[in-house]
Design a protein around this ligand. Structure first.
Ligand SMILES: Nc1nc2c(ncn2[C@@H]2O[C@H](COP(=O)(O)OP(=O)(O)OP(=O)(O)O)[C@@H](O)[C@H]2O)c(=O)[nH]1
Ligand SMILES: [Mg+2]
Length: 446
């Protein structure tokens, strides 16, 4: 897993949100600070970090969740959105005939990545040829030849030739029948003028459709200026960040390069030739955040109610039973987002709900009721009438609520009970609801 540290910190942030009782400005502030710390530790530029966290905070505090989305999911979605945004658009290299030229400084991973790319296209059924045009590093040809042999991909080169342009000219002819030609070039310690000249000369001959800059992710934020410098002198079309498996600074490199004009197409995630992944910011971020796990976590935090349980409660209410237990279950079903929500809210007795009330708004109140009920005994839940002043005080203390809130809950329960009774006595209304419930997929017997 790349960026393990950053991923872990971000997943902790999401867990904090999922496990919180509700989303308020205090939580948002805390979460924003956690994200800041995590991104800075991953070497992301301070200014960029401040920009994104400010945006997360602003949106979390002002935007309303979309229909069917809880406020927790909403905040998580915002964090996800903003992280994707700093990684830019990404880019896909098409599976067509093309000439690719690798560029980059010493030891960044050009030769290895040329092999990885060759493997990628070869696996997709394209005919690939590799040209060894690094005339500087001793045994550069042997290195590429070994890689090609391992993959069953043809390599063109001449270990005795010192003119890169000549090798490329001959290589292009040699591989004229190939779909994809990949040219490995030599590196330098810095972007020196003789390297620029050499790259320009090779590019003139090969007319590459892609000039891919290979950058070691351990370069961190410096990868940004480096990408820009290469882009300015040789016209980089794409970037591949390598060695993301071995650095905590990957966040810096990824975000810095994404801020330049050259999009990231692949990332290198290991020494082996299969360790190359197409770079898709959205997929990258969801993996980093462990979105699958988080969804499960939210579900648990919401105390998921199965359809059977919902049906059980519905049946009980329809049969005239309505204690605090049923009200509790109703609340749980309602706070459990999903297709059942609408059905459940149609059931009579739902505390404080009418067509005009925004479900999301009443959610906090319902949640408070639930916490209060968690401090009641089984007996009190079954038979709310026994809850008198001394019990009210105990329940309030146990749930950290005000006695006034407990009384409000009891009042609400009484209203709901009356509503259920009135409802069940009204044949026409009852028929109507049954029909709606049945058409919504709930089997309720009359
Ligand atoms: N862990 C890891 N190592 C990598 C990755 N990509 C390349 N390497 C290693 O980095 C080292 C340098 O890779 P090369 O492909 O030789 O780099 P180069 O840019 O061609 O180097 P020069 O030809 O000297 O300029 C090798 O030991 C590779 O195995 C990667 O994604 N992950
Ligand atoms: Mg090399």
């Amino acid at each position: 897993m790349v960026l393990e540290g950053l991923g872990r910190s971000l997943r902790d942030v999401l867990k904090k949100i999922a496990n919180s009782s509700n989303v308020d400005s205090k939580l948002v502030k805390e979460v924003t600070r956690d994200i800041q710390r995590a991104l800075l530790q991953a070497d992301v530029n301070v200014k960029l970090v401040l920009e994104i966290t400010k945006e997360v905070e602003r949106r979390a505090l002002t935007e309303k969740p979309a229909a069917g989305m809880s406020s927790k999911e909403h905040v998580i979605k915002i964090i996800y959105d903003e992280l994707v945004k700093i990684l830019g658009e990404g880019k896909t290299i098409p599976l067509t005939d093309q000439v690719i030229m690798m560029v980059g400084l010493y030891g960044q991973g050009k030769t290895t990545t040329a092999g990885k790319l060759g493997r990628y296209f070869h696996k997709k059924g394209l005919r690939v040829g590799l040209i060894a045009a690094d005339v500087h590093r001793p045994a550069a040809y042997d290195q590429l030849k070994q890689i090609g042999d391992k993959l069953g991909i043809a390599v063109y080169g001449d270990p005795n030739e010192k003119n890169a342009a000549k090798i490329v000219r001959d290589g292009m002819k040699h591989f004229s029948g190939m779909n994809v030609i990949i040219i490995d070039t030599s590196g330098r310690h810095a972007l020196e003028s003789d390297l620029i000249d050499e790259l320009k000369e090779v590019a003139d001959i090969a007319k590459p459709t892609e000039k891919i800059l290979v950058l070691d992710a351990a370069t961190g934020q410096q990868a940004g200026p480096q990408a820009k410098a290469f882009h300015d002198v040789v016209g980089v079309t794409s970037v591949i960040l390598t060695k993301l498996d071995g650095t905590a600074k990957g966040g810096g490199a990824l975000s810095a390069v994404s801020q330049t004009k050259a999009p990231i197409v692949f990332i290198g995630t290991g020494e082996h030739l299969e360790d190359l992944e197409p770079f898709d910011p959205a997929r990258f971020v969801s993996r980093l955040l462990g979105m699958g796990d988080i969804r499960a976590l939210i579900e648990r935090a919401k105390e998921t109610i199965t359809e059977e349980q919902a049906l059980e409660t519905t049946k009980k209410i329809m049969s005239g039973r309505f204690t605090l237990k049923e009200m509790y279950e109703q609340i749980q079903m309602l706070t459990n987002m999903g297709p059942l929500k609408k059905l459940i809210s149609m059931l009579p007795g739902m505390p404080g709900l009418s067509d005009k009330v925004d479900l999301e708004e009443s959610q906090h109140r319902l949640w408070k009721f639930k916490v209060i009920m968690d401090s009641m005994t089984e007996e009190e839940m079954e038979n709310p009438r026994i809850i008198k002043s001394s019990r009210i005080l105990r329940i309030a203390r146990g749930s950290g609520a005000d006695p006034k809130d407990v009384r409000e809950l009891l009042q609400q329960y009484n209203n709901s009970r009356k509503a259920v009774k009135g409802f069940l006595g009204n044949r026409k209304l009852r028929k109507q609801l049954l029909k709606q419930l049945q058409s919504g997929g709930l089997e309720v017997q009359e």
